[in-house]
Design a protein around this ligand. Sequence first.
Ligand code: AMP
Length: 285
Amino acid sequence: MSFKVITSVSDMQQYSKECLRRGNIIGLVPTMGFLHEGHLSLIDKSKEKADIIIVSIFVNPTQFAPTEDFSKYPRDLDRDIELLKSKEVDVLFLPDANEIYPDNFNTFVKVKEVTERYEGEFRPTHFEGVTTIVSILFNCVKPNIAVFGRKDAQQAFVIEKMVQDLKMDIKIIVSPIIRENDGLAMSSRNIYLNANERNDALVLKNSLDLAKKLIELNEYNASVLIFEMERLFLAVPSASLDYIAIVNKENFNTVDKLKKDNTYYILVACKIGSTRLIDNLEISL
Ligand code: AMP
């Protein structure tokens, strides 16, 4: 099938209805564009499970606070389209903000509790914007599966919770973090970093590696692990740490002590200069 760009909601719904009627399995990869290898890995993952691959690009205004980088968020649609074609994606869904959020738009989807912690503490309106746009995209694209990156581990957890609570008949797949050669997690926002900041940004991955090493030496006390990680951030003047949290993978609750036979995420969020970056590491004991 050839590559298609669909911009209208009704055309998207019609296209997906036809695919489903033919018995195709639709895989959706939602993105905000300015694509990199991390996004492309989600496309590869969706191909393992679906036979029609739809990528959406929509820089979603409702997940940015007024003080955040919505207007300067990087965009390069021509390059994105070339990458999607090279990956043999079937459809780019490129909706118009005026159709997604018309003037009389008044419905939001909110997952409680977990959205108040970690990212939610520093970006209080963020997750409501995410769950609202993801619900809208699900209703437009009607996917059987949807693939999200573990780079945004809390976001993936919040979406899984929404799908479970609202009984959405969609399988959520969470795909591993793709990194640059030196370990920096790929992100569209890395383009904001100047050369010095690009180097300083390695502190996120270095702090996670340090925690991993200490855990391998049997340090299971979360406050000690966090203290040692924080020391690395203090040594980087351009770094301003928002949080480090060690959470149980099953429920995203903070833990004081790691225990055998459990899986955790260590989450970090930090500004490097004016660029806010996040990263995480999964730890299984
Ligand atoms: P974004 O365009 O930043 O909203 O990201 C779209 C999707 O790509 C989300 O599910 C992200 O978690 C995922 N993603 C972003 N960066 C990476 C990465 N480095 N590795 C894997 N997935 C990623």
